[in-house]
Design a protein around this ligand. Structure first.
Ligand SMILES: Cc1cc2nc3c(=O)[nH]c(=O)nc-3n(C[C@H](O)[C@H](O)[C@H](O)COP(=O)(O)O)c2cc1C
Length: 660
């Protein structure tokens, strides 16, 4: 045990009803792994692996704990339908000396998906700030019935072996909506003043205490600062926490950030935020509730950061959401002196994108989320060792190479660049991208450890590959920009209009600002494009982004898009929707003209110093035909199969290596 390096993180916590083996909690994460309202084996495996990996407490995703919550992706706990599933789930986690707490939550009027909620309920008939969903106002009788159902569900969960429950009253959900003067305009006993706004939650806490045993754990996720004017700031958050903790019924408080508003992205700060951005305000709020353990959450990715927070007395526990999705053995590795083997969360929020699109939780940097043997996994040996050539040193090729070699294959990897990482490496050098280096750094370390032979800085020809007499070639040669179809081909040959990625390579390292505007034609809508645009904003007087769609950032999760818009607004970047490049775009006098996609009318940018484009990439597969002609078993992975993001690349690299 590396308890010398992480003494606070590894120290047990004994306070009131809480008795935990260390200070690490798994924050509630919606997995979309339940089916037909029932517990599935992958849901059990996902949580059991986080317990095996060291977490002392795990909060589940929100369960169906009241009869109005009949959603197939939420496990039913409000009736006896799946007692066996609940019991197997609890046993699989608790047997590893890890407390399993079920989350009680209702989104109320909040909605993460596009469009308005048709089934939202709330304190008042007021729209949320994001989806403009107007909820049905709950009647006092309904509130009391709901409290009874939540409390009965807590009792049922305890009977099934759960150690406790966490009420999610932050993140802009139903209880948060009742707590906030911004969303609760009632004048009955569940609103009106501070005490009235707290009544729903206070009565629920009391009801759970009555219905469950004295040992049952009860955590509160409370708003710490929701960032909405007139709602809950840290001062009001402290008052709320103080009032709710007075009874001694809460075993811990986890302060959360943001709301169902333009601050939705505060829930899960991405890679553009500083690390542990809420540590100071957590410490400040903790002082308001002496005696109640406080759990810090939000962009704590490294064991040293967690240790520092605890050592500086800013929190009593540290909760990790995304970092434990990426590496369930995060703590076990740190405790075992192997922090360098942690596969780090890169805070890209692709995981959030998957669940909002109603797919099971997945991760850019962990292709095995929910696998039965996920924690501290080592690839099993193949029955026969093959000669494998991987062409391409991006994250698809690297993932395939290290796993294939760890399985006992003899692997050579050709990379065109002297440094592997491909387009992910480029992105990591752009504004906000630094954490992405964790993806290829881990892969490279593992590949070298497994004995992969690297041929870097080599544009491998078919002959180079064939000379190694491979049994299988994994082609991971990536993609290249497509030329904008509305532009004359002659311009491409002249090279006057570069693509954003090629341009970024030439601009990196420059600092001097240039007069005039950089005009970006955005027909890509992925994050890498906006990272280049931020770089351009540092180098040019003015940046104009034109897109043929009605808005930008259409192909990134909503939380990511909020951040992109906020940064672009702060940088003064001009967005021109529903405009595209045309044959008339490049004008002789240094101006650029963009045509309206519906009327053709031209919009002029008079002082253009640069015109660049980002279009859907096309696969780079030139080696496929000659290798197939030579009778080689060729398999395409990553962008050269179909251009997509990091998640698809690592997933396909993993799958290809496992199929060898
Ligand atoms: C994919 C995803 C799903 C989440 N689902 C929930 C949820 O169901 N309930 C909840 O209270 N918080 C949920 N959260 C928020 C996390 O519990 C946590 O507060 C947040 O991710 C910040 O912690 P982190 O930086 O360690 O990821 C979710 C976050 C993510 C990324």
């Amino acid at each position: 045990m590396d308890s010398a390096r992480y003494p606070h993180l590894l120290a047990p916590l004994r306070q009131g009803r809480l008795a935990l083996r260390n200070r690490l909690a798994h924050a509630s994460m919606t997995t979309r792994m339940a089916q037909d309202g029932r517990v599935t084996q992958s849901l059990i495996d996902y949580h059991a692996n986080r317990a095996i990996g060291g977490a002392a407490l795990i909060v589940t995703e929100p369960l169906s704990t009241a009869s109005h919550q009949r959603l197939p992706h939420k496990v039913r706990a409000w009736n006896d339908d799946d007692l066996d599933g609940l019991a197997r789930w609890a046993e699989a986690v608790e047997r590893h000396d890890c407390r399993l707490l079920a989350q009680i939550q209702d989104p109320g009027r909040g909605r993460h998906e596009r469009g308005r909620s048709q089934a939202g309920i709330g304190p008042s008939a007021l729209p949320d700030d994001l989806s403009w969903s107007v909820p049905r106002m709950l009647k006092p009788g309904e509130i009391r019935r709901m409290i009874d159902e939540f409390a009965a569900s807590a009792r049922r969960l305890e009977r099934c072996g759960f150690s406790g429950a966490e009420i999610s009253a932050g993140h802009g959900h139903l209880f948060h909506q009742f707590l906030s003067p911004w969303s609760n305009h009632r004048d009955d006993e569940y609103g009106g003043d501070f005490t009235g706004r707290l009544r729903f939650l206070a009565e629920l806490v009391a009801a759970i205490r009555v219905s469950c045993s004295a040992a049952f754990l009860l955590g509160l996720k409370l708003p710490g600062d929701d960032g909405v004017p007139g709602s809950i700031d840290p001062a009001l958050a402290a008052e709320i926490a103080r009032a709710l903790c007075q009874s001694g019924d809460a075993d811990y408080v986890c302060f959360t950030w943001g709301s169902h508003a333009r601050t939705l992205d505060w829930h899960l700060p991405d890679m553009h935020w500083p690390r542990a951005p809420f540590a100071e305000v957590t410490a400040q709020l903790r002082r308001a509730i002496p005696g109640t353990p406080v759990m810090a959450v939000g962009l704590i990715t490294d064991p040293a950061e967690a240790e520092g927070l605890l050592a500086q007395d800013k929190a009593d526990l540290v909760a990790l959401g995304r970092p434990l999705v990426t590496d369930p053995a995060w703590l076990a590795k740190a405790a075992g002196g192997r922090a360098g083997d942690i596969r780090y969360c890169v805070s890209c929020n692709s995981c959030w994108g998957t669940i909002v699109e109603q797919r099971p939780l997945a991760c850019d940097n962990n292709p095995r989320v929910g696998a039965v043997d996920e924690a501290d996994w080592k690839p099993q040996r193949a029955t026969r060792s093959a000669r494998v050539v991987v062409v391409g040193g991006g994250v698809a090729g690297l993932e395939a190479a290290w796993i294939a070699a760890a399985r006992g294959h003899r692997v050579t990897l050709f990379g065109a660049s002297a440094e592997p990482g491909g387009s992910t490496r480029l992105h990591s050098r752009l504004p906000g991208g630094e954490s992405l280096s964790s993806v290829y750094d881990y892969q490279q370390v593992m590949a070298r450890r497994a004995g992969v032979r690297f041929e870097l800085g080599v544009h491998a020809s078919a002959q180079d590959v064939l000379s190694l007499q491979p049994d299988t070639v994994l082609l991971a040669t990536g993609s290249k920009p497509g030329w904008p179809v509305t532009l004359p081909r002659i311009w491409q040959e002249e090279g006057f209009v570069p693509d954003v990625r090629g341009l970024a390579r030439t601009l990196l390292g420059r600092t001097e600002r240039q007069p005039g505007a950089a005009v970006v034609f955005d027909q890509d809508h992925t994050e890498g494009t906006y990272a280049v645009i931020e770089l351009l904003a540092r180098l040019f007087e003015h940046v104009v982004v034109a897109t043929p769609r009605e808005r930008i950032a259409g192909d990134v999760p909503l939380v990511t898009a909020l951040g992109i818009h906020r940064r672009m607004a702060r940088l003064g970047i001009e967005i021109l929707p529903l405009h595209e490049l045309s044959a008339e775009s490049r004008l002789e006098d240094g101006a650029v003209a963009l045509a309206s996609v519906y009327t053709g009318e031209l919009h002029f940018v008079p002082d253009a110093a640069l015109l660049t484009y980002s279009t859907p990439r096309v696969p780079e597969t030139s080696l496929e035909a000659p290798l197939l002609a030579a009778g080689i078993d060729v398999r395409l992975i990553g962008d050269c199969r179909m251009p997509r993001g990091v998640m698809a690349a690592t997933a396909e690299g993993y799958a290809a290596a496992m199929a060898l």
